[in-house]
Design a protein around this ligand. Structure first.
Ligand code: FAD
Length: 122
């Protein structure tokens, strides 16, 4: 009913649909998100670093809500802004480049203190 409110009554009569039983997926067994020890996403910041002209997005490279849709969108926006920045777009500001290698506060992985991460036990 919510969809009909936004898109009209046509959506109440679908011609097809697809569903999937995620519990049968051998690699995720129904789990939406991998569990990693605290500090990992900061410690492994290099997965956000571009390689030549290739820029990386994906929820695993997010700094917040890693593993969720929100993280996927955040990382996609970050990667898109990195590319626009390289094209010298005037529409990209410092906030858009936060946590990217173009952020003045960006720390390369060797600058991180890995002690915290390696002591974490989950
Ligand atoms: C069962 C389940 C339930 C979930 N529930 C929620 C939820 O309730 N809320 C929530 O926020 N998140 C949920 N998630 C997580 C959410 O779906 C993901 O975090 C999000 O979809 C990740 O988006 P992404 O763009 O990073 O990666 P993906 O959506 O995985 O996109 C990666 C794409 O790359 C493609 N690809 C892979 N390799 C190649 C290649 N070599 N060449 C070209 N294309 C390639 C893949 O086919 C895929 O389309 C759930 C996930 C699962 C599995």
């Amino acid at each position: 009913m919510d969809l009909a409110r936004y898109f009209g009554d046509e959506v109440l009569h679908p011609i097809d649909y697809i569903d999937k039983d995620w519990h049968e997926e051998p690699f995720s067994p129904g789990c939406p998100v991998a569990v990693i020890p605290a500090g990992n996403m900061g410690a492994f910041a290099h997965i956000r670093e571009p390689f030549s002209l290739i820029h990386f997005a994906g929820t695993e490279s997010a700094t917040l809500w890693t593993g969720y849709m929100s993280g996927a969108v955040q990382s996609g926006l970050r990667a898109a802004h990195e590319i626009l920045h390289n094209f010298k777009s005037k529409h990209v500001n410092a906030q858009h480049l936060k946590d990217s290698i173009y952020d003045p506060k960006y720390k390369r992985p060797q600058d991180w203190d890995f002690t915290y991460s390696s002591k974490s036990k989950l």
